[in-house]
Design a protein around this ligand. Structure first.
Ligand code: PRT
Ligand code: ZN
Length: 210
């Protein structure tokens, strides 16, 4: 039996559940339950915080997971990725106050930047020879400049309306992300076979949607 970890409640949850259902896999889902077993495929679904999914799959507590590439790479396990799923597309971007002068990423030298993605942002800045002061905060990153915590931020953007609403302007795309299927790297032969069946169905669903 394969164990698949998906986000319990959030932006990935509905599309993750829909994808599994469209693969022809049936299961009962009650909102208070933290796991459920499929009735017509050897699959158990675990409902977790998205941040916990990469670590659980790395450790083999779950065999598979569906998570944003941003969370996967930030957690330090990019090698777990099996394939992109095409939903929850977004980008991790740097933004500064609308009126601030900005020409290039070099302008961030020595600047205080608030973010929930210190690993991805740190690597991006280091590649460009920029030394900034990263302040790691777990949420509401967009208010940091207006409360004097930082001169710039780096956060997830999709429509851009949150940046706009907080008087910020997007200046660099640091990372592009979508939901990805991830798998433990030491699956048994039987589990690998089941993963292949599942991937085959997922690819058929995606082809049919196009
Ligand atoms: O509770 P849990 O820890 O499981 O969930 P979470 O709150 O950490 O994550 P959640 O549900 O917000 O997002 C899950 C994943 O969805 C993210 O890791 C991304 O891969 C993806 N995703 C896609 C997004 C967005 N779009 C998005 N717009 N994640 C967050 N946002 C936020 C962003 O942080 C910002 O505050 O939405 C705001 C910006 O949106 P726009 O449309 O105003 O630009
Ligand atoms: Zn989270």
């Amino acid at each position: 039996m394969l164990r698949l970890a998906i986000q319990k409640s959030g932006r990935l949850s509905e599309d993750s559940l829909n994808l599994i259902r469209e693969c022809g896999i049936s299961f009962l889902s009650a909102s208070y339950k933290l796991k459920t077993e499929a009735t017509n495929f050897p699959l158990e679904i675990l409902y977790l915080r998205d941040d916990d999914i990469p670590g659980y799959v790395q450790d083999g507590v779950a065999d598979l997971g569906i998570v944003g590439q941003n969370v996967l790479v930030e957690a330090g396990f990019p090698a777990l990725e099996v394939e992109g799923l095409g939903f929850s597309k977004c980008r991790l971007s740097l933004a500064v106050p609308r009126a601030a002068a900005y020409d290039s990423v070099q302008d961030l030298q020595g600047v205080n930047i608030a973010t929930s993605y210190p690993q991805i942002l740190g690597a991006y800045l280091m590649e460009r020879g920029v030394k900034a002061n990263l302040h790691t905060i777990s949420g509401s990153v967009e208010i940091a400049p207006s409360i004097g915590l930082a001169e710039a931020i780096c956060d997830i953007v999709s429509s851009g309306s949150t940046l706009l609403g907080n008087g910020l302007r997007e200046v660099e795309t640091v990372f592009r992300s979508e939901a990805v299927l991830i798998a433990n790297q030491n699956l048994s032969a039987e589990k690998k076979e089941l993963l292949e069946q599942l991937q085959f169905r997922m690819q058929a669903v995606r082809r049919a949607r196009r």
